[in-house]
Design a protein around this ligand. Structure first.
Ligand code: SR1
Ligand code: MG
Length: 403
């Protein structure tokens, strides 16, 4: 009997045995090495390679708790959502997702394409690398994966079946807590404020009642607006890049939610890159990061409109003016979510290395203040952000007014 007919958390040796038994990728006598390379907050990621260096795969397995905290208990079937969404993304946005070779609902793991020739985008950005195709690729990926799963294009009964199939309560709860609630009320005592801005953050975030009201409104939109099948965690740690290629990974938080949740995440993490670039006085990099932010918004708008015209099926969505209204809602959500993502990564449990690795205390404090100042503007005035220029002008203004 196979050892893999009952779930257990695998180590490197187990994974080698697993890929030989379960895939056609390797021969039984291949000499394989395996290393656990996961640096995310939830899962275990194994890189398996043969002695010739020519054949390699990634095995991703879910454990019963989150890596970032043993207190976060999770069912292990989240890999099912991730595998299904990766396959769907490969279909909708050809070339933008790694290929999935195998999904195993007993071991709660999947075997997928090794992207070792790519770099995790956040790592590249931390080293001030420039990716000229990034805006073009991310805007295409978002339009091509999000719009086809909306009621604008999908048959409505099928859409409702899909909403059901992608119900993802545990991972949604993580976002409901970490993104929409805890940054404003520290009821789980998990927030972590950088000491030199601690009092400033308490005043600007915890004590701002108007801000908390807007966060509450957005939380309810996140929980109830089943607009499209969103990636659900589209930050720069979920993107692999080279100069010419972009691959989106890790859609385990996927569910039917607001489109702006994905676009807003992309914007927020480009802001972290820009703010870090400014802190290190990397002018070319900072200008590129800000221009990428502009291009993501503007190209998203253009491609969204074109894709809509070509693929709309819902009769009432063809009404002149409706597409403009719909996109304006998406952009308001985008601005609001970008603001919430900025705040939660400064105040909450799950930080970003772009900011925490700024080693000069004064510069890190200023970077955090810029993010929060800009975030509050994005959230409170979210209906006013419609173009890339709107987004970048407000960011530059937050940079200029922060000491
Ligand atoms: C408990 S998981 C913390 C964060 O890591 C993931 O990547 C998500 O962003 C989540 O909010
Ligand atoms: Mg992830």
């Amino acid at each position: 009997m196979s050892r893999f007919e009952k779930y257990f958390l695998m180590n490197n040796e187990d994974v080698i045995e697993y890929v030989k038994e379960k895939t056609d990728f390797f021969q039984l006598d291949d000499v394989l090495t395996c290393e656990e390379i996961g640096d995310g907050n939830l899962n275990y990621v194994f890189h398996v390679i043969d002695a010739s260096g020519k054949k390699s795969v990634i095995v991703k397995q879910a454990g019963g708790t989150a890596r970032i905290s043993e207190d976060i208990k999770l069912s292990t079937n989240r890999i099912k959502i991730e595998s299904n969404v990766l396959m769907l993304h490969g279909k909708f946005a050809n070339g933008y997702a790694p290929e999935v070779y195998l999904y195993d609902d007993v071991m709660n793991c999947c075997v997928m394409e090794d992207l070792s020739d790519h770099t995790i985008l956040r790592e590249g950005l931390i080293h001030f690398n420039i990716y000229p195709k990034l805006a073009e690729h991310l805007s295409t990926f978002m339009v091509q994966t999000l719009l086809p799963t909306t009621d604008v294009m999908m048959e409505h009964k099928e859409k409702k079946e899909q909403v059901k199939a992608y119900i993802n309560p545990e991972l949604c709860e993580i976002s409901e807590d970490l993104v929409f609630s805890e940054p404003f009320i520290d009821y789980n005592r998990r927030n972590d404020l950088f000491p030199s801005v601690e009092e400033w953050l308490k005043k600007e975030v915890y004590e701002d009642e108007a801000l908390r009201l807007e966060a509450a409104k957005m939380k309810f939109s996140f929980m109830t607006n089943a607009q499209a099948l969103i990636h659900g965690d589209l930050h720069t740690g979920s993107v692999f890049v080279t100069e010419v290629s972009t691959k989106v990974i890790d859609p385990e938080f996927a569910f039917y939610g607001p489109i702006g949740y994905d676009v807003g995440n992309v914007i927020a993490h480009l802001v972290f890159a820009s703010v870090r670039g400014e802190a290190y006085e990397k002018t070319d990099f900072t200008n590129w990061a800000k221009q990428t932010l502009v291009d993501v918004v503007d190209q998203f708008n253009e491609k969204f409109a074109t894709y809509w015209e070509e693929h709309v099926t819902e009769i009432m969505a063809k009404q002149p003016g409706f597409q403009t209204w719909y996109l304006e809602q998406v952009l308001a959500d985008t601005a609001g979510i970008a603001g919430l993502e900025l705040i939660r990564r400064i105040v909450g449990l799950a930080k970003v290395k772009d900011i925490t690795s700024i080693d000069d205390t004064t510069k890190r404090a200023r970077a955090e203040k810029i993010c929060i100042t800009y975030a509050k503007d994005l959230i409170k005035n979210r209906n006013h952000f419609k173009t890339g220029t709107d987004f970048v002008t407000a960011l530059t203004s937050a940079m200029n007014k922060t000491n």
